[in-house]
Design a protein around this ligand. Sequence first.
Ligand code: NAG
Ligand code: NAG
Ligand code: NAG
Ligand code: NAG
Ligand code: NAG
Length: 603
Amino acid sequence: MRIRLIGLSILVAYVRANKYNFNVVSLTPNKNSLCVKWNNNVQLLTSSIKPLFTGTVDTDKLDKYKYVICNESGEIIEEENFERTYSEESSKTNEVYNRKTKKVTIPEFPEPFKPMFKMSSKKFQPFPKDTIYNVYAECDEEGYNNLINTPFIEEYEPNQLKINCTMSIISPDNAYKSTGLMHLLGFGSRRYRKLSWSMKFDKKFLGRKSIKLRGVANDPTLMRENLSIELFKSAGVPVQSGTYARLIINGDVYGLYHMIDSLNGNWLANCIHGDNKAQIGFSYNIVSSPVEGPYAELKYLGDSYDKYSTGIYEVDEYDKNTVKSDDEPAKWKHLIEFTKLYDNWVKNYGDDTSDKAIEELKKFFNIESVLRLMAVESLILALDNFWLVMSNAALYYNPERKNYQILPFDFDEVMSGDRDSVLIDHDTYMNDCGNWAHNNDKFFDHYFTKNLMKHPQIKERYDVIIAKLSRETYTPDQVSFYVHAISDLIKDDIEWNFKAIDNLDFYEDGLANHFTLKEFEGNLDKTPVDYDSSKNSNDAPYGIVQWAELRSNGCKEYTKSTDTSNNSNISDDVDISGSQTSMAITITTLIILAIQCLHFILF
Ligand SMILES: *[C@@H]1O[C@H](CO)[C@@H](O)[C@H](O)[C@H]1NC(C)=O
Ligand SMILES: *[C@@H]1O[C@H](CO)[C@@H](O)[C@H](O)[C@H]1NC(C)=O
Ligand SMILES: *[C@@H]1O[C@H](CO)[C@@H](O)[C@H](O)[C@H]1NC(C)=O
Ligand SMILES: *[C@@H]1O[C@H](CO)[C@@H](O)[C@H](O)[C@H]1NC(C)=O
Ligand SMILES: CC(=O)N[C@H]1CO[C@H](CO)[C@@H](O)[C@@H]1O
């Protein structure tokens, strides 16, 4: 009898009390708690990894619910403005307060050329496509206050302080936490109050040791840098992957950020060489100061490293197994070698239009890769990058191929027309997709790119590349399709993002923008955002689709008689898909076949 009673009570409990799990990210985690509300019940959630709050509700039936901001005793302060429906799926997902959980398909751009690099490895994959991350940091208070109040120590001297932080990154299906260091990024970007940050982790995040959080504060669409990177990728140019993230540091809510990989040794090993343990080579940042100069022109300046270490180049990565950190000559060796090789090539083959000139250049330089890079820069009209001003790019010595290549980064002055740059001819640039960057020699003579493009075969290959990109990839239709898909993903965060600036009560002379949701939407398509000094520091003279239309039409016109039937790479025609295993399988198959033949002949 006793046994039966227990059995019955278990049965009753089983029928009546179900468990419902809730996981939700707070966007005000330092101020208040979160609760879940259903029917007329409210239950407090708890947080072990901020800003994620979790909890389990025991009740017989729960269908509709909401998250609410509440205080520690469960008193409601604010409610979400929509109702959610409970499902198996929602119980396993980290949801976000006041953001609908949605699935968005982000389209890919056509890739008209042969891939040249792995771009990822087993341990280092591009970020998942339809995710917005939630990044939260608690940093050493004193160091943090120092950075946000004085991003520049002197007028042109960036504050390089590194601060200790505990960082967590919450995605729909994961909650990550690590200690590490943070510092401020960039030069131009630290003029904005919506500061850009670097995070270095003690424990890897998705195979990464560090990430950059870029504020993209000057862009009403927050998409120009994302789109630029996707275009480089579609052309097969190795470039850092990215995604979007909401950022909160020490309770300061910064808004929506572009979270991207940093160009470092780990990225080089995984994305150029396709293996997290690969030996890496040497990378040098190319740093010019437009418009007065000095410019890093990749000119040979003699064999002494101190001619190069004047600020126009920076040694970024080198093989730490073979080179000691204080061995300056060894660290600079490859930059000097490259400029010398190129100098010799210009002297010996500068006026040689035969194929021999190309054969010789190919021996030490990845021509194909730089031409693809220049074609993309041309389409987006990159005002602060390699071709126009020799900046925001790196020269990399690739030890696997034993040649040099150019790697691009930082695209925050793109798709906004010529902005009256004195380096560009305002009247002709729109339809000029070959010489637009070589229009003004007054400030520097574009020694590197001019000598490259002087060769008819190289120019011809460049024309094929830009002809194909402007017809197949960077078309108004493809671009429109792409930006609207991203808009579906981030639209609900846009107003929150633009308003966040008013709650950052530091760095008062930092530049600030107050774009609106309407401006965001219009500027995706064909509506410019005019300059309004009463609320903004920036304008956006072309919509993204509008720019794609004007520029791709200009480049189509420019290449209207280009024959694109020969789409062969001019250099580095390697096959990166075939792995060693498939090679081994082929060899085994051949051996088996040979044995069978022998067998047939002999018996
Ligand atoms: C929560 O709010 C209620 C109503 O405002 C207040 O009485 C209570 O003290 C608050 N509890 C806490 C822990 O702040
Ligand atoms: C960070 O914390 C570690 C350990 O507490 C300490 O040794 C180090 O000096 C700190 N670094 C900074 C930049 O404050
Ligand atoms: C651009 O955003 C989309 C949507 O989040 C993402 O799938 C893609 O990886 C992003 N690309 C970059 C370079 O940030
Ligand atoms: C095709 O173009 C490549 C690269 O420019 C060149 O090396 C090759 O000779 C061309 N092939 C033909 C058949 O013209
Ligand atoms: C995709 C593509 O066109 N790849 C070509 C690269 O160049 C070689 C010859 O130089 C061709 O065989 C490949 O087909």
